[in-house]
Design a protein around this ligand. Structure first.
Ligand code: GTP
Ligand code: MG
Length: 302
């Protein structure tokens, strides 16, 4: 029998930072424009998400209004901060209260360090779409430096903390959450070894494994000259395309986006051939092949 692996993930940050927005987009099949109708989260919203067979994500979306945070840090302190695998902390880069945001963060990770010192922290510097293009990198770096020094003050090691610039309006959100998922998926290296073998058998240029409900990348195998592919964000772009496809299918067929599935999708060009198909109950596999009809067909059959 398969043993369920429960992993507790805290989603925190001040009210209005965008936590429930991202949760709805990643896990509940919302599109970016739908999130405007979300209200402020009251206390904690729990969701259990089955992921990759035996992994259960235990996601705590913690409402960020000061009175709730006060309670997480006092009477609910051990309940909230015990057995945490990952803290995802969201900073609104457009916030007018940057100093207060940082203080709030410091008291949060102090509590985390007290109850789950080995947890992993993902810092999302969010709403980056509101920063002009020529300032994005400077603004991001500046905030990351401040946050990193707070983490070190509270006893977290550099390798326990990751930083990502995100926005719900592009694939950067998928990129960040893909890192979180990769960290949580058990046996990622076993899966990679098997995919590597499959890629060699098929003589594929690239294999990309997607989780079916979220369309997030679990891992990928890239071979030969494909390593020089200049589109380094191609995996997240495909996540985003698959999500959009799910939505339009749902609209046309009158079903829930979460229930839409497809048998296969193909793209053929003079340079490469591509197909994506269901691999297991929880995964889809995208296969990039050289532009050759015979090997392409063999790969599909295999
Ligand atoms: P609490 O539940 O009160 O803690 O807030 P929250 O962090 O869950 O915030 P929520 O997700 O409800 O989002 C607040 C507002 O931010 C919404 O109006 C969203 O439309 C907006 N928002 C979320 N993400 C982004 C983003 O990437 N860019 C921009 N411009 N706005 C965003
Ligand atoms: Mg919320």
């Amino acid at each position: 029998s398969k043993r369920q692996k429960q992993r507790k993930v805290l989603l925190m940050g001040r009210s209005g930072a965008g936590k429930s927005s991202m949760r709805s987009i990643i896990f509940s099949n919302y599109v970016a424009k739908d999130v405007r109708r979300l209200g402020a989260t009251v206390d904690v919203e729990h969701s259990n998400i089955r992921f990759m067979g035996n992994l259960m994500l235990n996601l705590w979306d913690c409402g960020g209004q000061d009175s709730f945070v006060e309670s997480y840090l006092t009477n609910q302190r051990s309940h909230v901060f015990t057995s945490v695998a990952v803290l995802i902390f969201v900073f609104d880069i457009s916030s007018r209260e940057a100093a207060a945001d940082l203080l709030n963060f410091a008291s949060t990770i102090r509590a985390l360090h007290e109850f789950s010192p080995n947890s992993r922290v993902f810092i999302l510097i969010h709403k980056m779409d509101l920063i002009p293009a020529d300032q994005k990198s400077r603004v991001f770096q500046q905030r990351a430096v401040e946050v990193r020094s707070t983490c070190e003050d509270e006893g977290f090691l550099e390798q326990q903390v990751d930083f990502w610039a995100t926005s719900i309006w592009d694939q950067s959100l998928y990129r960040a959450w893909t890192q979180v998922i990769y960290f949580l998926v058990p046996n990622a290296t076993v899966i990679e070894r098997m995919l590597q073998k499959l890629a060699e058998l098929l003589d594929a240029r690239e294999l990309v494994l997607y989780e079916r409900t979220t369309c997030l990348v679990v891992t990928h195998i890239t071979r030969g000259s494909e390593g020089q592919n200049p589109y380094s964000d191609r995996f997240e772009r495909l996540s985003s395309i698959l999500k959009t496809h799910k939505h339009s299918m749902a609209k046309h067929t009158g079903t829930l986006a979460s229930e839409v599935s497809f048998a296969e999708m193909q793209v053929k060009t003079g340079e490469f051939m591509f197909f994506i198909t269901r691999l297991t109950e929880n995964t889809n596999l995208a296969v990039v092949m050289p532009s050759d009809e015979a090997t392409f067909n063999a790969a599909r059959v295999n």
